[in-house]
Design a protein around this ligand. Structure first.
Ligand SMILES: NC(=O)c1ccc[n+]([C@@H]2O[C@H](COP(=O)([O-])OP(=O)(O)OC[C@H]3O[C@@H](n4cnc5c(N)ncnc54)[C@H](O)[C@@H]3O)[C@@H](O)[C@H]2O)c1
Length: 270
């Protein structure tokens, strides 16, 4: 029903968390997956997981901010697995910290990893898929829909991903490319991403700011767990629950959905 068998996908940031779950879920549907990351052992582990379950995958070292490497990744994919029809721009980091203490270098690093990468990955996919077609899925966040103190650069980067994805969807349509582009907006998902970010927030924000941030998120303490427990569904999401949305958007079941923001957050923003 999903018509994914035999297709080829590139998943960035596939060594951990949501990216790994997406790679595994797509492979389970019969997709050959190029799993890329800067974490080589992690990406290899993802490929091992897929192969153990009878799927097809390959890992590659890939810093998503490196423009020249994107060309090599596209060639590698085409040569080893075939022309990609699914691009999951997932790699990302969350650099937390109060605005008053935030450096321009950290701001630019946040934008490069979360936003420049999505431009480079979307452009590469549009070039590869313009005739054969495909689905481009960009990982934004609920932080791309509303502001939160302590993660302003992250919010800005994810807001950028949201609107860039819509613009790309419109441009693909107008160019007559059979390519859909959508963004996914997870809530709090149980992955390693928040540990470092919250440590930096705790270091650079006042006790009052931290208390206000917890309250804004319905929690009684500043931790990803506490925030997730304070959300309407009372728990963090699992990476597989985001991967399910990725599989849907990759498949023909979503054939008329493009330029949309799909929120998967246990009612956190409801
Ligand atoms: N976990 C959440 O609560 C949550 C919520 C909303 C959005 N997201 C988004 O989902 C995506 C995946 O996050 P996650 O939670 O799985 O985090 P994670 O830390 O588990 O995984 C992120 C992966 O990206 C890789 N990465 C980092 N910098 C890279 C670079 N320059 N080039 C290539 N790979 C790089 C890391 O090595 C890691 O494997 C991110 O874009 C994140 O912002 C996560």
């Amino acid at each position: 029903m999903r018509n994914l068998k035999g297709r080829v996908a590139i998943v960035t940031g596939a060594a951990s968390g949501i990216g790994r779950a997406c790679a595994v879920a797509l492979a389970h549907e019969g997709v050959a997956v190029l799993a890329t990351d800067i974490d080589d052992p992690g990406a290899k582990e993802t490929v091992d997981l897929i192969e153990k379950r009878g799927g097809k995958a390959l890992s590659a070292h890939h810093d998503v901010t490196d423009e020249a490497r994107w060309d090599e990744i596209m060639t590698l994919c085409e040569t080893e697995l075939g022309r990609p029809a699914i691009m999951v721009n997932n790699a990302g980091v969350a650099i937390g910290g109060a605005i008053l203490e935030f450096s321009l270098a950290d701001w630019q690093k946040q934008m490069a990893i979360n936003m420049d990468s999505v431009f480079l990955g979307t452009r590469a996919a549009m070039r590869a898929m313009q005739e054969s077609g495909g689905s481009i899925i960009n990982l934004s966040s609920i932080a791309g829909l509303r502001g939160s103190a302590g993660v302003s650069a992250y919010c800005a980067s994810k807001g950028g991903v949201r609107l860039f994805s819509k613009a790309a969807a419109v441009e693909c349509g107008q160019l007559g490319f059979p390519i859909r582009v959508n963004s996914i907006h997870p809530g709090i998902i149980d992955t390693p991403i928040w540990q470092k970010s919250i440590a930096r927030m705790t270091d650079t924000m006042s006790a009052d700011q931290l208390a206000a941030l917890s309250t804004q998120n319905g929690a009684n303490a500043l931790s990803a767990d506490a925030i997730a427990r304070g959300a309407p569904m009372g728990r963090a999401g699992q990476p597989e629950e985001i991967a399910d949305m990725v599989v849907f958007l990759a498949s023909d079941s979503s054939s008329y959905i493009s330029g949309q923001e799909l929120v998967v957050d246990g009612a956190m923003t409801a």
